[in-house]
Ligand binder design. Structure first.
Ligand code: HSE
Length: 329
């Protein structure tokens, strides 16, 4: 069993990392929790015992085997290499190292073998990318995806616990007839959708959109696949949804794709439109699977297939995927 540290333990993802380690009975010999000086001293329960949160210092890695980072790119850049150089395996949830050649970017259902190439740091992909890869990998293996268009419907939780709180605060302010507070998101999210996640780049795409494009290519080991993404924030609390259109190399039918996905690891198919049954974020919240529905033959592309994918962004999109990586070690 392992001595595990969680860096960013008091954040939304850090908290779920504790829950997932406990629920999946990860072999933890010792668990240590790290956060900023502001959160140090807080007590958090793990398997019935209180653990006191420690301030993150340059010495934090001593006595650890595995460090799960979920504290933002700047913290990862500063502290993860120190741990890795001292023999700790770092699983990093930020975007700091994802595209580095010597850092595996891993979705356990897709490319578990990449873990072997690590030099101390393994990157956890972007949340929207993880769920798309889980849903599309079986299709890519079997039929070859040539082109992929994706539009996302991303929950407030993607911006952390403060993002969720802002949506709740906006709702409360509306009910009470008060001024709507806007801080974490650039516009009011309540009764709105915001086609802007992360910063804009020079080519008009946002960083979130480029992550979906570049990370998917790295995870699939396929630079030929053509991808375009539009990422959108919606007033949902904690599961991301995605509308996806595919052009496949080989002819297939929606029936075949549905059957294939029913047998695929990590995927649950909910696709019964006659009974109004399809995946929705309100049902996916708090669960581990990647849900796929609305699977259709689509004439817009040659060998076209369209589908709809939903998963809990904090769990499969972050904490669960990180713990699954740790389980592969
Ligand atoms: N950047 C994502 C979001 C979080 O804001 O929804 C997961 O990478």
């Amino acid at each position: 069993s392992y001595r595990v540290g969680i860096v960013g333990a008091t954040g939304a993802v850090g908290q779920e990392m504790l829950n997932v380690l406990g629920n999946r009975n990860f072999p933890v010999k010792e668990l240590r929790l790290f956060a900023s000086a502001r959160s140090a001293g807080k007590k958090i329960k793990f398997k019935g015992k209180d653990i006191v949160v420690e301030e993150l210092t340059k010495e934090f890695y001593k006595g650890l085997d595995i460090a799960l980072f979920s504290a933002g790119g700047n913290i990862s850049k500063e502290f993860a290499p120190i741990a890795a150089q001292n023999g700790v395996v770092v699983i990093d949830n930020s975007s700091a190292f994802r595209m580095d050649d010597n850092v595996p970017l891993v979705v356990p259902e897709v490319n578990p073998e990449d873990i072997k190439k690590h030099k101390g740091i393994i990157a956890n992909p972007n949340c929207s990318t993880i769920q798309m890869c889980v849903a599309l990998w079986p299709i890519h293996k079997e039929f070859g995806i040539k082109r992929l268009l994706v539009s996302t419907y991303q929950a407030a939780s993607g911006a952390g616990a403060k993002g969720m709180q802002e949506l709740l605060d906006q709702t409360k302010a509306f009910v009470e007839g008060k001024e709507i507070p806007i801080d974490k998101f650039v516009h009011q999210l309540l009764f709105n959708v915001i086609p802007h996640i992360d910063e804009f780049t020079d080519n008009g795409f946002t960083k979130e959109e480029l992550k979906m494009i570049n990370e998917t290519r790295k995870i699939f080991h396929d630079n030929e696949i053509k991808i375009s993404a539009t990422t959108v924030r919606v007033p949902v609390l904690r599961a991301h949804s995605e509308s996806i259109n595919l052009e496949l190399e080989k002819k297939s039918t929606s029936k075949e794709i549905r059957e294939l996905l029913r047998e695929s690891e990590g995927v649950k198919v909910i696709d019964n439109p006659k009974n109004n049954e399809y995946p929705m974020p309100i049902d996916a919240a708090g669960t581990y699977a990647t849900y796929v529905g609305r699977i259709r033959d689509d004439e817009v592309f040659e060998n076209g297939i369209s589908l709809w994918v939903v998963a809990d962004q904090i769990l499969k999109g972050a904490a669960l995927n990180a713990v699954q990586i740790a389980e592969l070690l």
